[in-house]
Write a protein that binds this ligand. Structure first.
Ligand SMILES: [Zn+2]
Length: 171
């Protein structure tokens, strides 16, 4: 079955509009103000062909006190709100992203506490509180394997696995 191989090789792990990426990075940058972490969930559709993010749900919209200087924490009640949003809008969590002060490496807590503890979950970390322009290549992407283990991708390996789609309307 050559066609199966061709499809799986070309399919990105995640797709999202370039405009959504730009606006969520802008949100993280402004929200963190260069002094604290910020983050949120990417919501969208999960299918056989991969995941497509359609909107960003910042953590502070789920919980006003979610953001701290050096960590982000959501309560069980915030997760209940999140699942309500997903049910109401017919979407799933397809990834999460948060910022770090310096680099984009996972903290012990990030590693031990996936936001969604399901194998295949994607977590991005953006460096320098997302100050300045953050491209996919500047982030690290972590793919949860279950059992507190992750596969990490950096640089072009992130860009190769995420497709930023551009609105075809050039009129
Ligand atoms: Zn972290």
């Amino acid at each position: 079955m050559n066609c199966f191989r061709a499809v799986t090789m070309s399919a990105p792990l995640l797709e999202l509009p370039a405009s959504l990426w730009a606006s969520l990075i802008e949100h993280l940058r402004v929200q963190g103000a260069g002094v604290r972490e910020s983050g949120g969930f990417l919501l969208g559709r999960k299918g056989d062909g991969g995941r497509v993010a359609t909107r960003f749900l910042p953590y502070e919209q789920l919980q006003a006190d979610a953001l701290h200087n050096d960590y982000v924490a959501l309560t069980a009640a915030s997760f209940a709100t999140l699942w309500d949003v997903c049910r109401r809008e017919g979407v799933s969590v397809v990834a999460d992203i948060h910022t770090h002060r310096f680099g984009a490496g996972q903290s012990l807590s990030d590693r031990a506490n996936p936001m969604v503890a399901i194998a295949g979950h994607i977590a991005f970390i953006a460096p320098r509180y997302a100050q300045g322009w953050v491209r996919l290549q500047n982030t690290r992407m972590y793919l949860y394997q279950g059992n507190h283990t992750w596969t990490a991708f950096a640089g072009d390996d992130v860009a190769r696995r995420v497709r930023l789609t551009v609105d075809g309307d050039n009129s």
